[in-house]
Design a protein around this ligand. Structure first.
Ligand SMILES: [Zn+2]
Length: 91
């Protein structure tokens, strides 16, 4: 026999992700998905002189800001082109 009780559970739901660079919402045009959003956490390693030893950073970038940033890369980011059937889908 299982003895139960009713208990309310608090659930935290993400309602939006804001780009740290431009301050805009990372929602897609439909307001449903986060297309291309980058969420990243990093921590300065032992003796890090750039980030700082033990300093933690957490940020989000929208796809527009990522593409602007990627244009500054000395070595281009690796890009995979989707299959033609996906490129032909009209939104
Ligand atoms: Zn942005």
């Amino acid at each position: 026999m299982r003895i139960t009780k009713e208990e309310k559970v608090l659930t935290i739901i993400t309602t939006d992700i804001i780009c740290n660079k431009c301050g805009k919402s990372c929602h897609d045009i439909d307001g449903v998905n986060y297309e291309g959003v980058i969420e990243h956490e990093l921590c300065g390693g032992w003796g890090s002189k750039v980030i700082g030893d033990g300093y933690q950073h957490q940020f989000s970038l929208c796809e527009t800001c990522f593409m602007e940033l990627s244009k500054t890369f000395v070595i281009p980011s690796l890009t995979h082109v989707p299959l033609k059937i996906y490129r032909d889908v009209k939104r």
